[in-house]
Design a protein. Structure first.
Length: 681
């Protein structure tokens, strides 16, 4: 490779990795497996090492920084001590080299290590101040992350107070690092509900856990059971007498009542490390959660400090990742699935093959670009992998076995169902069928609308929806309310009773709760919980359909509770489509009368009505969430930043820049005692 070629290769790899970082860390929807991702990163690191003059300085290359999970809608928070990533390998030899390297670095022959399971979740830093949980923050870019405290508080296994034995005070402030994850059982429970609501399934527990913790509404988070394991130390202020070994640290964490890794091994040689890794691999299937590897850490904490770190990972630790199970099989065909919004998803129809405990005959191919990137062709022999993923993926083609007659796959230009020409929206990878009346789209919209999670029409399950759409009786959600007994009776002989039941269920659904209708409309991003907030705020389908962006804004920054900016825009766009808008009127003329939710208590205090509060620092007896709730219940609002419009700054211990800003702007500052007095009127 000459220097121009390598420059091009480096740039291409960086762009591809940046794309996958965005999908994995920010959207929790990766398109490639971890192994493929690690391969890309390794290829980049190798090319950069070969051409150091091309490797950019600082942290511009993804090889020199940690993935960034920060997302819109969260307040960022700076870690007191950086959060790092781990170097990883799939090779036994490299793991052994790591042992030798650390020995050389520290000038010692024998070193004690600890081998821990690597939990496949997302990294988090939990702060306890004087033994009370005050903050949970994602890794972010390692320097600052998203403040997910309210969401983390819904994790029942995470204590809000540290257990401290008599005579031992908890440190004034301590950051404890760990991993938030979801058990396989909980993952399966949620996917089952998704299946019933005719919604697309989540690919694996890690993505679902990451997506859940980034929900804007803690109530939504509480409905999905997340778990946590703590294994590391961040900052401790003032420096306290903490254990001097990693093992000791595990015991300390456990003594505070925090969940720790369920098993770990001590190892004093490369052989012992390898034996521990093998044993972990043999036993990990029994764990309640997905374990994608082993983390090998130097046991002595003073020696960890001596070994130090590179720009993104400690030199004293390494992760060994278990290779996912992989099978080779023939790709018999590529079929196209059309979703509720018309998106065309290519699916691999495989010669059935046994993989990680089940038989695989289909796998998603994501989109046109992915097929082209991997050059997947019908008739090819392909490798299928299932790592943490429950849904298998086609990772590569065995080109050595490619038959000469295999030609590149041509993505259809027409919808395979209705023949309409497909379109690609700007900035999107997906291709869509733009025909709103495409029978698949209609079927999926109606299935979603009638599902338990929405309007819940008993008797209008998948088969029935297919039948009534197939007959042409139902071409829109509104047509459900136009179904006629005479027609339904022609569907079979002994259907009189079930027809009556179905018609009664349809009739009953006309007065279902408003949020069920909102959810049933299938607006992008509007799940059940958001639909409840929307129902509370707008109180009728008409009002929602007429809403403008201003209606969603509470103060300059925040959008109404539970609804983010993205969702507000999606709602407006949804009703910009005259067909979606017309549906609302049609439903009403067919007798649909959604029941609005009961009014939430009106503002109770004149001292709070219309006032904006900013909270800062730690209050002596109240969490921020509790204070926020009280302010809102009394008719006030809470905002994140201090401005001239702020009515009060409610300040606790260690209040920072917000307090200074309040002083500068002349905004009144109150403490908890005054606040409590105000509440009492
Ligand atoms: S230690 C400075 N221990 O894996 C060392 N990490 O690929 C920081 N992880 O960012 C990490 N299980 O999110 C450590 N037992 C374990 C772990 C673990 C899972 C995650 C963690 C880290 C990532 C690196």
């Amino acid at each position: 490779m000459n220097s121009d070629e390598s420059r091009a290769r480096i740039e291409k790899l960086r762009a591809v990795i940046a794309h996958h970082d965005e999908l994995y860390y920010r959207r929790a929807q990766p398109e490639i497996t971890d192994v493929e991702y690690d391969r890309l990163k390794r290829a980049l690191a190798e090319t950069e090492a070969e051409f150091p003059e091309l490797a950019l300085s600082g942290n511009e290359s993804p090889t020199a920084r940690v993935g960034d999970d920060r997302t819109e809608g969260f307040v960022t928070y700076r870690h007191r001590e950086r959060m790092m990533s781990l170097d990883n390998t799939y090779s036994e030899m490299e793991l052994r080299e790591f042992y030798v390297r650390v020995g050389k670095l520290l000038g010692r022959e024998e070193l004690a290590f600890v081998v821990e399971p690597k939990i496949d979740g997302l990294a988090v830093s939990i702060t306890y101040e004087h033994g009370t949980l005050t903050r949970a923050v994602t890794r972010g870019n390692g320097i600052e992350g998203d403040d997910i405290t309210a969401n983390a508080r819904t994790i029942t296994s995470l204590p809000h107070k540290l257990k401290v034995a008599d005579g031992h005070a908890a440190p004034a402030l301590i950051e404890i690092r760990g991993e938030i994850f979801m058990t396989t059982a909980e993952f399966q429970r949620i996917n089952k509900l998704r299946e019933e609501a005719a919604e697309p399934l989540y690919a694996n527990p890690r993505n679902l856990a990451a997506g859940t913790i980034k929900q804007l509404d803690p109530r939504e988070v509480a409905q999905r059971k997340l778990e946590i394991v703590l294994y590391g130390l961040g900052a401790c202020e003032p420096p306290a007498a903490l254990p001097a070994t990693q093992r000791g640290w595990h015991e300390q964490v456990r003594a505070w009542g925090l969940p720790t890794v369920e098993k770990y091994w001590g190892a004093k040689s490369a052989d012992e490390i390898w034996a521990a890794v093998r044993e972990l691999d043999r036993t990990r299937a029994q764990f309640a959660y997905a374990t994608d590897g082993a983390v090998v850490k130097l046991d002595s904490i003073p020696l960890q400090r001596e070994a130090g770190a590179t720009s993104k990972a400690p030199r004293w630790a390494m992760s060994y990742k278990f290779a996912p199970e992989r099978a080779e099989t023939r790709l018999n065909a590529i079929t196209i699935q059309v979703g509720r919004t018309g998106v065309l998803t290519p699916v691999a129809e495989l010669e059935p093959v046994h993989l990680a405990g089940s038989t695989v005959s289909r796998a998603t191919l994501h989109n046109r670009d992915e097929i082209a990137r991997k050059d997947i062709r019908t008739g090819d022999f392909v490798y299928v992998e299932k790592a943490g993923e429950i849904i298998p993926a086609v990772v590569a083609v065995n080109t050595a076995r490619r038959a000469p007659e295999c030609v590149p796959y041509v993505f259809p230009e027409k919808c395979p169902v209705c023949g309409t020409g497909v379109v690609q929206a700007e900035g999107e990878v997906a291709l869509r069928c733009p025909n709103y009346e495409c029978p698949v789209q209609v079927r999926r919209r109606v299935r979603h609308f009638a599902s338990k999670a929405c309007v819940d029409i008993d008797g209008l399950g998948e088969a029935m929806v297919d039948a009534v759409v197939g007959k042409g009786w139902v071409r829109s959600v509104a047509d459900v309310y136009r179904l006629r007994k005479d027609d339904l009776m022609t569907l079979g002989k002994s259907v009189e009773k079930s027809t009556d039941n179905l018609l009664a269920a349809i009739e009953k659904s006309k007065t279902a709760e408003l949020w069920r209708f909102i959810h049933g409309l299938g607006i992008t991003h509007a799940g059940a919980s958001a639909s409840k907030d929307l129902a509370q705020k707008f109180r009728s389908l008409d009002a929602l359909a007429e809403s403008k962006f201003e209606d969603y804004i509470v103060d300059k920054k925040t959008v109404i509770e539970g609804i983010g900016e993205t969702m507000a825009l999606a709602i407006i766009e949804h009703f910009n489509d005259p067909r979606n808008r017309a549906l609302v009127g049609e439903l009403q003329s067919l007798g649909v009368r959604p029941a609005p939710p009961p009014e939430r208590a009106a503002a109770t205090s004149a001292l709070f009505a219309g006032k904006t509060f900013v909270l800062t620092g730690t209050l002596p007896s109240m969490t921020r969430e509790a204070a926020t709730e009280k302010i809102e219940a009394a008719g006030g609002k809470v905002s994140n930043s201090v401005s001239k419009k702020t009515s009060y700054v409610l300040a606790g211990a260690e209040a920072g820049s917000k307090l200074a800003k309040a002083g500068a702007l002349g905004v009144p500052v109150i403490d908890e005692a005054e606040f409590v007095k105000m509440l009492a009127g």
